[in-house]
Write a new protein. Structure first.
Lengths: 296, 362
C-alpha cells in the first residue's frame, strides 16, 4: 500500500473539500433564507471566476483592484437574479423553483461559453507559486492559500450569523418568516442580501479555483458537487461544511483506490453520488437535516 | 390542475359525463381528423413529397420525445414527484431494445415493448427508495441516480457496448421492412397514439385519480385509503415504461445508441417540455415537446432573417448560433415559469374560451 500517495490525496481531499464546503454553505444559506434550491450555484462560481479573469487580463487591472470590483458585480448580480427571477415565484411549488434555477443555469452556461470560449484560460500569476513541504508531503502554496481563505470565510459566516444584527435577522427569517416580519425584519431585504452574500462567496471560491487551476467551464462542476455535499442536510450550515469535507475526503479515497486497485478511471466523479444515494437511503433528510420527519 | 379547469356553469352531472375524454362529439371528430392528417404527412404524390424529409425527421423526433415527456408528466405533473433522471431511463430503454434485438435476436417489433417493460421494472427499483423522499431531497436523489446510471452505461460493455456504443437493428414486421423515415414514421405514430390514449384513460381511472390526490394533498389522500408508497412507486414505474418505449423508438430510428446522448441536459429538456407544455396535462406534454424541438429552428430562422437584411454577418455571430439555441431554451423555461406557469395547455384553453364567447369575452 502506497501510504504517501494516500496521505497526499487525503490532504488534497481536505483542501478541495473545504472549497466544496464553502460553496455548499452558500447553497444552504439561500435555501435557509428563501427556501430556494439554487441549481445555478455552480454558474455563480464560474461567473465570478470569469469576471475576475476578464478584469485582470483584458483591462490589465492589478488583481487587488479587479477582485473587489468582481465581488461588487457579483453582489449586484445576485440581487438582480433574486428580484427579477425568484421574487415572482414566491409561493409556487417546489418543481417551479427548481426548474427556474435550472433554466438560469443553462442560460448562463451557454452565455459564458459564447463570450469566453470553451478553452481553459490560465490566470496571470498573482501569488508566487511554490511547493511547501509539510510533514514530508508536498503541498502547493496556492492550495494552502485556498484552504486558508476557506477557513476565513467559514469563520466569517460563523461570526456573521452569531453576532451581527443582520445575521440574526436572517436566522429569524429562516426560522419563521411571519414572526420575523412581525418583529420588524424586512424579509425582502433578507432574501436579497442572502442572494448577494451567496453570489459573492461563490465568486470568491471561483476566483480561488481559477487561480489554482485556470478558468474553464469545468469550474461550474463545483455546483454539481454541491449536491453530495448537502448530505449534511439542506438546513444545516455546519452540516454543509462537514458534507463538503466528507465529499472531498471521499474523492481523495476514491482516487487512491482507483489508481491502486480498481482502475475504473472515473471513480472520483461518481463516488460522491453513490455515497449520497446511500446516505439518503438511510437518513432521508441528510445527516444533520431538520428532524420534522413526516412518514411517507 | 387540468381536471378542475372548466368554464363557469358547465357542470358534469353524471359519472358518464365525468369520465369522458372528449366532452363533445365535435372534439372527438377533430381528434380523428388530426390523426388522419398525421397519417398523410409522409405520403409522396407524383414523386413530390408532402413534407420534406428534414421536417419529417423532426416530426419523428417530436413523437418519441413526446412519449417520454408524457411519462415524465405522469410522474411530475400528475403525482407530484420530481425526477431529474428521466433521460437515464430513456437511455436504458434505448440500450435494452438494441441489446434484445441485437444480441438475442428478439424481433424489433417485440423488443420495443419488452424494453418498455424492462425500463418500467428498473423504474420501480429506483422508485423504491425514492418513495421515502419528497420534494427537494427527491430531486437530489434522482439527480444522483442519473449520474450513477449514466456511469453504468459507459461501463457495462456487455450491455451497451461501452464507449463505442451499440447498434440497433432496423424495424421490420412479418418480414416486411419498415426502416426508412417515411415507413418508420407510422411505427412511431402508432406508439404515440397508443401511449397518449392510454395516458388520457389513466387519468380517468381510480389509479390516475389516486395519483392526482397524492399530488394535491398527500395526507388527505392517505386518510381516504390511498396507499401512498404504492402509488408513488407505480407512478415511477409507469413513467419509466413511457421513457423506455420512447428510448427504444429512438434507438431503432437512429440505429446507433451511445451513452453520451443521455446526459443531465436531456433530463432537463424533458422537464422543460412538460413545464412549457403544462404540468398535469396530457396534450400539454406534446405541445411542450413541439415547442422545445421547434425553438432551435425558430432561432435559426430569426438569425437568417436578420442576416438577410445585411446585419450580423460576422463569423463569430454565426458560431454563436449554437449557444443562442441553448440560451433560448434556458430563457424559455424561466419566462414560462414567471409569466405562464400553467404552460401552453392553459394558454390554449384561454384562447379557446376567448373565441367561444367572442365579442362578449372578458
Amino acid at each position: 500500500m502506497n501510504t504517501t500517495l494516500l496521505l497526499q490525496l487525503l490532504v488534497n481531499g481536505v483542501i478541495v473539500g473545504a472549497l466544496y464546503g464553502v460553496v455548499a454553505m452558500c447553497f444552504v444559506l439561500i435555501y435557509k433564507a428563501s427556501q430556494v434550491v439554487n441549481f445555478a450555484q455552480g454558474e455563480f462560481v464560474l461567473i465570478g471566476a470569469w469576471a475576475c479573469w476578464w478584469l485582470v487580463t483584458s483591462l490589465n487591472l492589478p488583481f487587488w483592484i479587479s477582485f473587489p470590483f468582481c465581488l461588487l458585480f457579483m453582489s449586484l448580480l445576485g440581487v438582480l437574479v433574486q428580484i427579477v427571477v425568484l421574487r415572482p415565484l414566491i409561493g409556487e411549488p417546489v418543481i417551479s423553483i427548481v426548474m427556474v434555477t435550472i433554466g438560469l443555469s443553462i442560460f448562463f452556461q451557454a452565455l459564458l461559453r459564447w463570450i469566453f470560449g470553451v478553452f481553459t484560460q490560465p490566470f496571470p500569476p498573482v501569488f508566487a507559486t511554490q511547493t511547501v513541504s509539510i510533514l514530508g508531503l508536498n503541498v502547493e502554496s496556492a492550495y494552502l492559500m485556498s484552504l486558508a481563505i476557506s477557513i476565513v470565510i467559514m469563520a466569517g459566516f460563523a461570526w456573521f450569523f452569531k453576532y451581527s444584527r443582520f445575521g440574526l435577522a436572517m436566522r429569524a427569517t429562516a426560522f419563521d418568516q411571519q414572526v420575523a416580519q412581525s418583529l420588524g425584519v424586512s424579509v425582502r431585504q433578507v432574501f436579497a442580501v442572502a442572494w448577494a452574500i451567496s453570489a459573492v462567496v461563490s465568486a470568491l471560491a471561483g476566483v480561488v479555483v481559477g487561480l489554482v487551476s485556470g478558468v474553464s467551464a469545468s469550474v461550474a462542476t463545483v455546483g454539481v458537487k454541491v449536491f453530495p455535499a448537502v448530505i449534511g442536510g439542506l438546513e444545516s450550515i455546519v452540516g454543509a461544511v462537514l458534507g463538503g469535507l466528507i465529499i472531498g475526503l471521499l474523492e481523495g479515497l476514491a482516487q487512491f483506490f482507483d489508481a491502486e486497485y480498481l482502475h475504473f478511471g472515473n471513480l472520483i466523479t461518481i463516488a460522491p453520488f453513490y455515497a449520497m444515494l446511500l446516505i439518503l437511503l438511510i437518513k432521508p433528510y441528510g445527516l444533520f437535516g431538520s428532524k420534522n420527519i413526516e412518514r411517507v | 390542475m387540468a381536471l378542475s379547469v372548466r368554464p363557469a356553469g358547465d357542470f358534469r352531472v353524471s359519472y358518464q359525463q365525468d369520465r369522458t375524454i372528449f366532452p363533445t362529439r365535435g372534439s372527438t371528430l377533430w381528434c380523428i381528423v388530426g390523426i388522419l392528417f398525421l397519417c398523410l404527412l409522409p405520403l409522396q404524390i407524383g414523386g413530390k413529397s408532402l413534407v420534406s424529409s428534414y421536417w419529417l425527421a423532426l416530426v419523428i423526433q417530436i413523437a418519441y420525445y413526446g412519449i417520454a415527456a408524457l411519462g415524465l408528466n405522469i410522474l411530475v405533473g400528475f403525482t407530484g414527484q420530481i425526477s431529474l433522471g428521466h433521460s437515464a431511463f430513456f437511455g436504458f430503454g434505448a440500450f435494452m431494445s438494441a441489446y434484445l434485438s441485437g444480441k438475442h435476436g428478439v424481433p424489433v417489433a417485440l423488443s420495443i415493448p419488452l424494453a418498455g417493460l424492462a425500463t418500467g421494472l428498473l423504474g420501480v427499483i429506483v422508485g423504491l427508495p425514492a418513495a421515502r423522499l419528497k420534494g427537494l431531497y427527491l430531486a437530489i436523489a434522482t439527480l444522483a441516480s442519473q449520474f450513477v446510471l449514466q456511469d453504468f452505461f459507459s461501463r457495462a460493455e456487455w450491455f451497451t457496448g461501452g464507449a463505442s456504443g451499440a447498434n440497433a437493428a432496423p424495424f421490420s414486421l412479418f418480414g416486411y421492412s419498415l426502416s426508412g423515415d417515411r415507413k418508420y414514421y407510422y411505427v412511431v405514430l402508432f406508439y404515440l397514439v397508443i401511449m397518449y390514449v392510454f395516458a388520457a384513460n389513466l387519468v380517468r381511472t381510480r389509479d390516475g385519480r389516486a395519483m392526482i390526490a397524492v399530488r394535491d394533498h398527500y395526507l388527505s389522500a392517505e386518510i381516504m385509503g390511498i396507499n401512498l408508497t404504492y402509488y408513488r412507486i407505480l407512478a415511477f414505474g409507469i413513467s419509466s415504461v413511457y421513457a423506455g418505449i420512447g428510448g427504444a423508438l429512438m434507438a431503432h430510428y437512429t440505429s446507433f445508441v451511445s451513452a453520451e446522448a443521455f446526459d443531465l441536459l436531456l433530463s432537463i429538456n424533458f422537464l422543460a417540455m412538460i413545464i412549457i407544455g403544462g404540468l398535469g396535462s396530457v396534450m400539454g406534454s406534446l405541445m411542450g415537446t413541439v415547442f422545445i424541438l421547434f425553438l432551435p429552428e425558430f432561432m435559426q430562422s430569426i438569425v437568417r432573417g436578420i442576416q438577410s437584411f445585411g446585419y450580423a454577418q460576422s463569423a463569430a455571430f454565426i458560431e454563436g448560433l449554437a449557444y443562442m439555441k441553448e440560451m433560448a431554451i434556458g430563457m424559455a423555461i424561466v419566462l414560462f415559469l414567471i409569466f405562464e406557469p400553467d404552460g401552453l395547455a392553459a394558454r390554449w384553453r384561454k384562447i379557446k374560451a376567448y373565441w367561444k364567447l367572442y365579442p362578449f369575452s372578458y
